[in-house]
Design a protein around this ligand. Structure first.
Ligand code: GDP
Length: 486
């Protein structure tokens, strides 16, 4: 009996030792399975994967979405492990009662081990998929952030450019420009200086003195006819004994010049300065056809005028009717930009009539008040410029009956007598309604303005005394004579 008891004890101890070894093996296996995953728990306690527990990628990267079939495979592998573990536990329980269960225990252990590897594999795949999705999300987020930064930078640069342009425009508008007196400095230094010297000499007003005055007036670029007329008026006054001495001659000339420049408009009345308003009842837009030979300052005048009118609260559109010269359209574009007004341009060499027709049509459609039409000053073909301008005039009449309301001739003061000849030619062909004397600041030949007014009886709308917007001065005969004779 004691021998049986001893044998029993030995068998029990062997079973217990085997159980202990099996348990240790199981723990070791599970510990290995736990490496690389978050929960280092024994296999039986492995939680079934829950998507919510997956690590969230840091903001602003959006959480990576995993393919549902992969999650399902991981879940299935977890369940298979669980059932393999359950089967192993049952087999081991049987082994404690029945040594024949050993083979089954071994099989179940292999099954647990296989299920373990499968679960590890599925989890590794999930980790890889997560990592891949995270990287893709990061790349997408980075690309999005870069695109946003680029767009923000572009918007900032555009705003900066717009602000600079606006500042430039404001500056151009605010730039004081030259005064009329400054613009007339050269003319004053020319023929007016000679008149002053003549008057200062205080000689007798005899034939010799009058001959000297005649010579001065002939040299003053007012034209022979006007010089003669001025001299005649001095002689007349002499006869009427209105001029007692030479010093009165200057005042007499001044009065006569103002009378010529006023074209019969009483001092203080308007009639010269600036663009006249449309007569009441005339349907807008006001169409202004600007003519003149190349280089006189036509484009610059249109640009300055557009800026002036805009500043005065009028809406303006430019028609780039000089399609013969590529630079003319580009230059007008710059002015349109600077003045902040729209422009209608055609292709180089295209029909200028079509461009101006479009500009007038657009002004009508958009309720724009003034259309400033640039025109060619010289043609590349043999065609006659005046005939071309007449054709354009007819086109404008078609586009807007009653227009052009103003045919503004730009003449270059520096060309002196030529300016008068040009004015005559344009007037005969087109019926000029007003003129602009540009570049008065650059010449001593400012007297030409007196000749044009006297010969053609055309009102002066503006004088140009420089290249800034403020250098285009609405013409006022009294102010002009003051500045010239001061
Ligand atoms: P266009 O060919 O008739 O269109 O002439 P532009 O408008 O291109 O002018 C010819 C040149 O004269 C340009 O360099 C202008 O800047 C300049 N200009 C125009 N008006 C004046 C002005 O009143 N004073 C001065 N000093 N220059 C002017």
């Amino acid at each position: 009996m004691p021998a049986f008891a001893l044998a029993l004890d030995t068998q029990t101890i062997a079973i217990a030792v085997a159980l202990l070894i099996a348990a240790a093996l199981l723990v070791a296996l599970l510990a290995r399975a736990g490496v690389g995953r978050r929960a280092p728990r024994p296999p039986s306690e492995l939680p079934l994967p829950k998507p919510a527990e997956r690590p969230q990628p840091p903001p602003p990267v959006a959480p990576a979405a995993l393919p549902p079939e992969r999650l399902a495979r991981e879940q299935r592998a977890g369940e298979q492990l669980q059932s393999a573990q359950d089967a192993l536990a049952a087999a081991e329980a049987r082994l404690s009662r029945d040594a024949a269960a050993r083979a089954e225990v071994d099989r179940r252990r292999r099954e647990v081990s296989d299920a373990q590897r499968k679960l590890e594999y599925e989890r590794r795949k999930i980790a890889e998929a997560e990592e891949k999705a995270r990287r893709e999300a990061e790349t997408a987020a980075r690309a999005k952030a870069e695109a946003e930064a680029r767009a923000a930078e572009e918007a900032r640069l555009a705003a900066e450019r717009a602000a600079q342009e606006e500042a430039r425009r404001k500056l151009a508008e605010a730039e004081a420009g030259r005064t009329l007196a400054e613009g007339l400095a050269k003319t004053r230094g020319g023929f007016m200086a000679r008149i002053n010297a003549f008057v200062g000499a205080a000689k007798e007003l005899d034939d010799a003195t009058l001959a000297e005055l005649e010579e001065i007036l002939f040299s003053a670029d007012v034209g022979v006819r006007t010089a003669t007329r001025l001299l005649d008026s001095v002689r007349e006054r002499l006869k009427r004994r209105e001029l007692s001495d030479v010093s009165r001659v200057k005042a007499a000339l001044r009065e006569e010049v103002e009378r010529i420049l006023s074209l019969g408009v009483a001092p203080g009345e308007s009639g010269h300065g600036g663009l006249p308003d449309l007569p009441p009842g005339t349907p807008p837009p006001q169409v202004v056809m600007v003519v003149g030979v190349n280089g006189t300052g036509k484009t610059t005048t249109i640009g300055k005028l557009a800026a002036r009118l805009e500043q005065a609260g009028k809406s303006v559109i430019l028609g780039a009717g000089d399609t013969f010269r590529a630079a003319a359209g580009e230059q007008l574009d710059v002015w349109a930009d600077r003045a902040g007004v729209p422009i209608v341009r055609g292709k180089d060499g295209s029909d200028p009539g079509a461009v101006l027709f479009d500009a007038v049509t657009r002004a009508k459609a958009e309720g724009i008040q003034v259309v400033l039409c640039d025109t060619a000053g010289r043609l590349h073909t043999k065609a006659n410029l005046m005939e071309e301008l007449k054709r354009l005039k007819r086109t404008l009449e078609k586009a807007h009956p009653g227009s052009p309301h103003e045919i503004l001739l730009v003449v270059d003061a520096t060309t002196g007598q030529n300016a008068i000849a040009q004015a005559r030619q344009f007037h005969e062909a087109l019926g000029v309604t007003g003129f602009v004397l540009a570049k008065l600041d650059g010449t001593a030949k400012g007297g030409v303005i007196i000749g044009i007014c006297d010969e053609l009886k055309i009102p002066v709308r503006y004088v140009g005394v420089g290249e800034k917007v403020a250098d285009l001065k609405p013409f006022d005969p009294h102010e002009f004579v003051e500045a010239l004779f001061s």
